[in-house]
Write a protein that binds this ligand. Structure first.
Ligand code: ZN
Length: 305
């Protein structure tokens, strides 16, 4: 009898535990647009890799997730935040680019059977790096990484794609190499909100993992797009547009200018970062963690000009 009671208690405990997945805190930055603010840290077990700005948009008939987060745990929390606000189907999970902190929560939405939407080059990037990213996340997060796995996109964007959420149209654009070679942006026509993901870093140092020259070119196009507000991949949950892109443009331009100069004067790739964009050090969080590798990547790109 006692054994049975215990077994029931365990089952109830498990069910209750699942039902009580804590909703991720989110801010409604415009009507029906909710964003969770990532912390300015490296991924760790304590933060569950919840370091990027992620969120969702609610239309009259459906919900779109824009980046499911950095782990299964964070994705589950985001899903709970959606379910606390609407019963509408989660029809799209948009994966803005290959980086784990943005898309590793995707498996938490599998049972909703959404379309997972990504850049046409995202499948290739996942094939190349996915396994390594999962291993790295497991070693960093330990048990907090449980449930995290690669989800491949089921709907690809090679140029432009409109998604209809019911009286609410989202325009997705696939960009050329910039932050990565598979960056997507989302424009909500209803509120003129421009979700730039990691094409826009605010406060936290931009990471160059696609093309420095390409990113500067994309910024020219992006900043020419009028919008009432923007959502950066890292930084505040909403920022003025295009003014908020200025520090990023200044940093990237300084890296381009000084790296070209370092190459010209014969400074080697290993030490180049010490001579590049030093004026920017005080302007960014995590500068010393990411600046040297940004310069190394830029050096490799620019030395063939
Ligand atoms: Zn990124």
């Amino acid at each position: 009898m006692r054994v049975t009671a215990l077994a029931v208690a365990v089952v109830l405990g498990t069910t209750a535990g699942r039902a009580e997945t804590a909703a991720l805190p989110v801010t409604e930055i415009a009507s029906g647009i909710f964003v969770h603010n990532g912390v300015h840290e490296e991924a760790s077990a304590a933060n569950e890799d919840a370091i990027a700005n992620i969120g969702f948009i609610i239309g009259d008939e459906a919900v779109a997730v824009i980046d499911p987060g950095g782990s299964f745990a964070e994705g589950s929390g985001l899903r709970a935040a959606i379910r606390a606000r609407t019963d509408q189907p989660i029809r799209y999970v948009i994966l803005t680019h290959v980086h784990p902190d943005h898309i590793f929560g995707a498996a938490a939405f599998r049972d909703d059977r959404p379309d997972f939407v990504g850049h046409a080059k995202l499948p290739g990037a996942l094939a190349q790096r996915g396994d390594y990213y999962v291993r790295r996340l497991r070693s960093t997060l330990g048990d907090e990484a449980n449930g995290t796995e690669i989800v491949v996109p089921t709907m690809l964007v090679s140029d432009k794609l409109d998604l209809d959420l019911g009286s609410r149209r989202l325009t997705l654009r696939a960009h050329g190499p910039a932050h990565t070679d598979n960056d997507l942006t989302v424009f909500d026509q209803k509120t003129r909100t421009f979700w730039l993901a990691d094409l826009l870093f605010v406060d936290r140092l931009p990471v160059i993992d696609g093309s420095l020259v390409g990113w500067l070119e994309q910024l020219d196009q992006l900043t020419a797009t009028p919008a009432d507000r923007a959502v950066p991949g890292h930084g505040p949950v909403t920022v003025p547009w295009p003014a908020a892109a200025e520090p990023e443009r200044r940093y990237l331009a300084a890296v381009a200018r000084d790296t070209r100069e370092a190459i010209k004067t014969g400074i080697g790739i290993a030490n180049a970062y010490q001579h590049v964009a030093n004026s920017e050090r005080g302007n960014w969080l995590l500068f010393d963690e990411y600046h040297p590798r940004n310069v190394t990547a830029s050096y490799k790109e620019l030395e063939w000009e």
